[in-house]
Design a protein around this ligand. Structure first.
Ligand code: GSH
Length: 326
């Protein structure tokens, strides 16, 4: 009996942590804080854990953080200018950059896209989602964590803001368009992903195959997480759909992709001839789904493909995986 209970507990933990990888449940802006001379917005988000599943199924919309509110004027500009500043990081060259991540996590992919576009070499530590032992040293229990010359940075958008400012110390304000689209990514786009990647049993299995193949799992954890997680998330994705008022998940994905393409308004990138931070954010969160069925459907049924390919070609991966899983 005790052994059965222990096995059940292990099973639940394994599925729960695996589920947390690609499953975005809520994101709300707790506020926009003004720190020193910089505005930064803080997306408070969490990823659905299996322990929440029954509560989610029974209580539907009864969750914290479902409402999105801004505690200050959204037109407030950040203190750097993305548009007018040349893409150059020559003034700031960090020596040692380590990204603690889950390979399939969209927030981690956002940071990866930033580092790869700006040609910043970085080492990767793939965190085991079961025990997170690789980030035991930190008080922050989520990924991404970026260590830059010994300094810990957390929260994907804050990491990008900080790094960008160091690379462009003379820049002043981020234009409203870039801010708006970066918010749209954390606020809307990420919510559309889960209902799509877990839409059917076969898509849920495909997603968990990807998560567990790329992630840092032991052999047993991988098997349990793959099948248990896929089954659970197939059902949970239906609740997420309702919560975010999505009636047709594919249509929502296509609409988001087309909305982004319309925003480009004929430009190669939102940033014009070069990607800006909004391009990097949209690209980053879509990257992990691009070669899943939902991502392929998105490219086939919308006009986002050309932009996506241009973005892929802009990446200069200088990734050192020797630390992987260490
Ligand atoms: N607002 C954070 C969200 C980070 C986040 O939710 N990360 C997830 C993985 S994608 C995580 O670490 N979940 C583990 C947990 O919540 O225990 C960001 O933008 O970096």
């Amino acid at each position: 009996m005790a052994t059965t209970m222990r096995n059940l507990n292990r099973l639940t933990t394994t599925i729960r942590t695996a589920s947390s990888l690609l499953i975005h449940q809520t994101a709300s802006y707790s506020g926009i804080t003004r720190s020193s001379n910089t505005f930064s917005y803080l997306p408070q988000s969490h990823w659905l854990l299996l322990s929440n599943i029954s509560r989610e199924l029974t209580h539907g919309r009864n969750c914290h953080g479902c409402n999105i509110s801004f505690s200050t004027d959204v037109s407030a500009a950040r203190d750097f200018d993305v548009k007018d500043v040349e893409k150059s990081n020559k003034s700031y060259v960090p020596n040692d950059v380590v990204l603690y991540q889950f390979e399939a996590c969209p927030f981690c992919n956002k940071v990866q896209a930033f580092l790869e576009y700006y040609d910043i070499p970085y080492k990767v530590v793939e965190v085991n989602p079961m025990n997170k032992k690789e980030i035991k040293w930190s008080d922050y229990k989520k990924v991404p964590i970026l260590m830059v010359d010994g300094e810990q940075m957390i929260n994907s958008s804050d990491i990008i803001d900080k790094m960008y400012q160091r690379m462009h110390p003379d820049s002043v304000t981020e234009d409203a368009e870039t801010q708006e689209w970066r918010r749209w990514v954390d606020d809307h786009l990420v919510h559309v992903l889960s209902p799509n990647i877990y839409r059917s049993p076969s898509e849920a299995l495909e997603s968990f195959d990807y998560i567990t193949t790329k992630g840092n799992f032991s052999f047993t954890e991988r098997l349990v997480a793959k099948y248990g997680g896929a089954a659970a998330m197939y059902f949970v994705s239906k609740t997420l759909k309702k919560r975010h008022n999505i009636t047709d998940e594919r249509r929502a994905l296509y609409e988001a992709a087309d909305k982004w393409v319309r925003a480009l308004n004929g430009r190669h990138y939102l940033g014009g001839s070069e990607p800006n931070l909004a391009d990097l954010s949209v690209f980053g969160v879509l990257r992990p789904i691009r070669y899943l069925k939902s991502g392929k459907d998105m490219v086939e049924n919308t006009r986002i493909g050309d932009w996506f390919t241009r973005m892929e070609n802009q990446m200069k991966p200088h990734r050192d995986t020797t630390l992987q899983g260490s």
